[in-house]
Design a protein around this ligand. Structure first.
Ligand SMILES: [Zn+2]
Length: 546
């Protein structure tokens, strides 16, 4: 028996390649040596270690085309309050969480619903009643506001004299001006997030990263594109790489996050930082792909830049305009960096495409792989322009979940809601569509994401009506967009994303068969095994593996 060679036989293997399906995979070290019929696999590798798949479905390992690894790891450690039905329920959950984490200097929770408070306003006293001594921060389910206790306000340095930031608000007592415990929009981004980031230690970030890796492997993900890398996250990834002696639990490509400065030199300087990182970090386990530019905000809080105003008559200025983008984008393109642009509103994608088109015309015919993120509301003309320019559309089915559409639709309020998240328009126009989750803004597991992709129904509440079902994707197409095309989005097309000879042995074995059991089974299908670079990185212990 040759221990370096493993023959996985008797499977229903979806290759995400032209030939479609196979029965056997032969893995030699880290690579796929053969994918095809069992009779040939036996001839090719008679002395291989044999694993019988008993007819199980095998997919290429999922690549999450858009995620935030460290943030996801932090979010996974927060107390989940989504199921809390009233104030007493929320309070008792916080109390139990406090008791089971006696040494945590502060307590973090998430996903509580305003509707659970039955019309009452959330106040700091409600949390003080159960945790008076330690800071408590509870993210609302919409991630646009945070409910805190008195100790947290003290830690943040917020009192009656703290001004409301532009675009945000501190909840206050109308008579005294005293902060009441709610922080909205930019008050969260400017006060809470930097404070929590400053308080987090390298050890905290390493723990969060390790947890994100573990959960991704348990859920069948073998590669991830981190979309907002800063120095802290990069150092954490590099420590993980060192601890793994040059490997990570799964493959990571990352985009260096640009911050918008008010002068061109400071903006272009950040591109040069990214170019240095791109040259230095270019391995099969970790590569710095390029830069991330956040062109606008989100529709839910009316901060996405739209061509026409929101239903309340307001509109948002983009964070970057064409003039400020052009020098950055042209320099990044010329250096071979991948440019990823967050562009949710139809004006933001127009601005981004104009800047990219300029850079492409200026720099001429050189290899490039640019991408736009989210594209929730985009004009038909710009779908065609994006395809013509060869830009990858990076989209997140979980953001179209009907359970979170009510506010989104109300903010636009007109004909635009009928062309929301139009995934198939991109492929029909000839663009590559890469699917991801944007965790932790949405849940990271790929199979429920595939449920939303193939049904436009809600993975949170499947009884809800579908959201524009004409945009649903066939299962095989959705899976290919989440594997082959997600790999293409970060230039891994020669490395992973398809089960074909010569690529890495990155694959996942399912316990159910969504192809025969139907789309609903995607909500309950479990992962039997996740293999990365030929090694089994996750194995369900209840699995009868022979
Ligand atoms: Zn994101």
């Amino acid at each position: 028996m040759n221990e370096r060679i493993t023959h996985y036989r008797n499977g229903k293997i979806f290759t995400a390649a032209e030939d479609g399906w196979a029965e056997s995979i032969v893995v030699e070290d880290q690579q796929l040596r053969f994918v095809g019929e069992t009779v040939f696999a036996e001839i090719l590798a008679p002395d291989a270690v044999v694993v019988d798949l008993h007819g199980a479905v095998v997919l290429p390992g999922f690549v999450d085309a858009h995620t935030h690894l460290v943030m996801m790891g932090f979010a996974l450690q927060k107390l989940d309050l989504l199921d809390a039905t009233d104030l007493a329920d929320i309070q008792s959950s916080i109390q139990r969480f406090a008791e089971s984490n006696p040494d945590s200097p502060r307590l973090l929770g998430r996903s509580w619903l305003f509707s659970a408070l039955n019309g009452q306003h959330p106040t700091r006293e409600m949390i003080d009643a159960v945790v008076p001594d330690r800071p408590v921060y509870l993210d609302a389910n919409d991630v646009h506001s945070v409910w805190v206790n008195t100790a947290a306000l003290r830690e943040l340095g917020i009192d009656a004299d703290t001004p409301d930031p532009i675009g945000g608000r501190i909840g206050r007592d109308p008579e005294t001006g005293e902060a009441t415990g709610m922080l909205y929009e930019t008050a969260v981004m400017l006060y809470v997030w930097p404070k929590l980031a400053e308080l987090a230690t390298d050890q905290d970030r390493d723990t969060a990263l390790a947890l994100a890796f573990r959960r991704y492997l348990e859920d069948g993900v073998t590669g991830a594109v981190d979309m907002a890398l800063g120095p802290d996250e990069l150092h954490s990834l590099e420590r993980a790489l060192e601890a793994g002696k040059g490997t990570l639990p799964l493959r990571v490509a990352a985009h260096w996050l640009m911050t918008r400065e008010d002068n061109e030199a400071d903006n272009v300087r950040q591109v040069h930082d990214a170019i240095e990182l791109h040259k230095r970090i270019q391995g099969p386990w970790l590569r710095i792909a390029g830069i991330k530019i956040i062109v606008d905000g989100v529709i839910d809080s009316c901060t996405a830049a739209m061509k026409e105003p929101y239903s309340d008559g307001t509109n948002a200025e983009p964070i970057w305009d064409v003039e400020s983008l052009i020098p950055v984008v042209t320099a990044a393109d010329a250096a071979g960096l991948q440019i990823a642009m967050h562009a949710i509103g139809d004006e933001a994608s127009e601005i981004g495409l104009t800047a990219l088109e300029y850079a492409i015309a200026t720099n001429g015919d050189i290899p490039r792989r640019h991408r736009m993120e989210h594209l929730e509301s985009i004009t038909k003309d710009n779908v065609n322009r994006l395809a013509r320019l060869g830009i990858v559309a990076s989209m997140q089915p979980v953001h179209a979940d009907p359970a979170i559409q009510e506010n989104w639709r109300a903010m636009l309020g007109d004909y635009r809601v009928n062309r929301a998240y139009p995934w198939p328009e991109f492929t029909e126009a000839g663009a590559v569509l890469a699917l991801g989750s944007d965790a932790p803004t949405a849940p990271h597991p790929p199979l429920p994401n595939m449920f939303v992709a193939t049904t436009r129904r809600s993975a949170i509440d499947p009884s809800l009506a579908p959201n524009l079902p004409q945009y649903a994707l066939p299962l095989a197409d959705a899976l290919a967009h989440a594997t082959r095309d997600a790999a293409y989005s970060c230039r891994w097309e020669n490395l992973t994303g398809q089960l074909v000879r010569g690529k890495a042995a990155d694959f996942v074995v399912l316990k159910q068969d969504p192809f025969t059991e139907g789309a609903d089974s995607l909500l309950t299908t479990e992962i039997a095994m996740t293999v990365v670079a030929g090694s089994v990185r996750y194995l369900d212990t209840a699995q009868n593996q022979q």
